[in-house]
Design a protein around this ligand. Structure first.
Ligand SMILES: *Cc1c(COP(=O)(O)O)cnc(C)c1O
Length: 555
């Protein structure tokens, strides 16, 4: 077997365990599962990230039913001080970074940079203070520590890497450090760019425009993020204002989107960017031992049903402990947990109280929600407040669990009967919580967005609603999807649950068998190696670059 390339994986956040609050959401969960999968499969990969002093904030609900954020200094165990120190010049000050290592992942270790050192200026100690805590200068400083500091850490460790993987544009400044190294050795900017391109791969995420960071050039230069590049060179890479995703698409040899549909969306979204790499699609997946009740996967019939009932009972107990509400084990239980971003439409099911009011009142359906809003997103907070209000209106059948984290995520995706997902297509890049549910025998009820169109076999392994409808007009889009959601819920889901247990079990079996390999991290990592990490040999590389010049000439 040929030797696999050594990969350095860069990400702002890692979701490894609920007690290690170094993650905010799906991006971190993906990074954590990527690392765990690499460990299981004995792949040569190291992770680079930041040790966040306060991690990601907690979000609880106050007495008036409104969410509020709080931050606590975290105590971390099982971190090893590597003894390595690197420094990054930020705002003309040398900021020292200490390098920690998590011991848990052997061949796939995670290295974390930390600026909270006595020798640093007071403000600089807080650069690694809060995950996504601030915008503007602070965000740039964080990204400089991750990117520039990350490459320097690899050099100090003496770790030779063949591929640098930027998971999201946050890590782009690592590319600037790779450029600087080569320019320092005497290459011109364009020669250095060509060389760097051979080493870098990039994963793009949200198709929401505002989710793709851009920064004013003068601010980047004031911070020192240009790392020796001139203004013109910066513009050539990322435009003006400087867009991190655009920069990464121009600095990478290849990029990927995180589901097949997202591949189409991302290619259309970035079609206007010249001189960029191609964007392939590699659908996300999950680390099964983290998310799935492993013994359940192999059960059939009544045994599968009973095992699921036990998981459901565990969830009901978990909810009772957290909120005091007691759901009923013999009633249909829907799960929903998402960051409260408007396009995800968390409170969608409540849109027409005439339809759903009686269903909740009679206890025909029960629903458990969880999810945080971004601390600065007032619309998201209104959505959370509305969910809390609904849990007060229907206390016997609607639950809101505050402070969404991996523990809640795992409990819900094991113990619910149905997993509801209703983003406005095509805004959801992938959505891995539905995969967790599917492989736990929890049936997906979802719009055809993210990963779901790839495997949805309506009425066989789950349900779709909306038929892939898309509209520029949000009102039209919503009313179309809502009608269909209610229809599928009332004509399919509810009757099947209450009157055809065998049919339900059959669908659980299909859901598990259709998804357990396809959405397991092993398949995903294999694709990353085959399509992204393993450098195409010189001949294919030449062909590729030729066909690219041809196609760009055609335009
Ligand atoms: C799985 C998970 C996610 C990602 O799921 P989505 O479907 O993308 O929302 C985010 N946060 C937590 C805590 C999770 O467990």
């Amino acid at each position: 077997m040929e030797k696999l390339p050594q990969v350095a994986y860069f990400c702002m956040e890692y979701g490894l365990h609920h007690s290690f609050k170094q993650y905010a959401g799906g991006l971190g969960i993906l990074a954590g599962d990527h690392l765990k999968g690499a460990h299981d499969e004995k792949l040569p990969l190291v992770g680079l990230g930041i040790l966040w002093k306060q991690g990601y904030g907690d979000q609880r609900i106050d007495d008036h039913g409104n969410p509020y954020d709080s931050y606590e200094i975290q105590q971390y165990e099982n971190l090893e001080d590597t003894g390595v120190r690197v420094s990054v010049k930020i705002r003309q000050r040398q900021v020292k970074c200490k390098l920690w290592k998590t011991e848990a992942y052997g061949n796939a270790p995670l290295y974390l940079l930390d600026t909270d050192l006595e020798e640093n200026d007071g403000a600089d100690r807080w650069i690694t203070g809060q995950l996504y805590g601030w915008f503007g200068e602070e965000r740039i400083a964080q990204e400089m520590v991750l990117g520039i500091g990350g490459i320097r850490a690899l050099r100090a460790l003496g770790l030779e890497c063949d591929v640098y993987h930027f998971n999201e544009g946050h890590a782009l400044f690592a590319g600037f450090e790779l450029l600087r190294e080569k320019i320092y050795q005497g290459l011109s900017f364009h020669e250095a760019w060509q060389e760097t391109r051979r080493e870098v791969v990039f994963t793009t995420h949200t198709p929401i425009v505002q989710g793709n960071e851009s920064h004013p050039l003068d601010r980047l230069i004031y911070m020192g993020a240009n790392n020796g590049l001139t203004l013109e060179q910066m513009v050539e890479l990322g435009g003006a204002p400087f867009n991190m995703t655009v920069g990464a698409l121009r600095l990478a040899r290849r990029a990927n989107a995180v589901a097949q549909l997202h591949g189409e969306t991302a290619n259309a979204m970035w079609a206007h960017v010249d001189n960029r790499c191609e964007i392939l699609a590699i659908t996300n997946a999950i680390h099964l031992p983290t998310w799935v009740d492993m013994p359940l996967m192999d059960l059939k019939g009544k045994e599968l049903w009973d095992r699921h009932q036990k998981n459901k009972q565990d969830l009901i107990g978990f909810i009772k402990k957290r909120t005091g509400q007691e759901l009923k084990a013999d009633r249909l239980l829907i799960g929903f947990s998402r960051r409260a971003a408007p396009y995800k439409r968390s409170d969608f099911i409540f849109s027409d109280p005439k339809v759903v009011g009686p269903l909740f009142k009679e206890g025909k359906i029960q629903i458990v929600f969880s999810g945080k809003a971004h601390p600065l997103d007032d619309t998201g907070k209104t959505i959370v407040a509305n969910l809390v209000e609904m849990s007060k209106k229907y206390p016997d059948s609607v639950v809101f669990l505050e402070n969404y984290d991996m523990e809640i995520g795992a409990a819900l995706t094991r113990g619910a009967d149905v997993w509801l997902n209703n983003p406005r297509r095509p805004k959801e890049a992938s959505g891995t919580s539905g995969m967790k549910a599917a492989i736990n025998g929890v049936l997906n009820l979802s719009t055809l967005d993210g990963w779901w169109p790839e495997i949805c076999d309506h009425d066989k392994n789950g349900w779709q609603f909306g038929d892939g409808f898309v509209s520029e007009d949000e009102e039209i889009h919503d009313s179309h999807d809502l009608k269909d959601l209610y229809k599928v819920l009332q004509d399919k889901v509810i009757p099947l649950y209450y009157s055809n247990q065998d049919g339900w079990i059959k669908m659980m079996q299909n859901s598990i068998s259709d998804c357990r390999d396809q959405f397991a991290v092993k398949r995903m990592l294999n694709e990353y190696y085959q399509k992204l990490y393993i450098l195409p040999d010189a001949k294919t590389a030449k062909k590729e670059s030729k066909s690219k010049t041809k196609s760009s000439k055609k335009k």
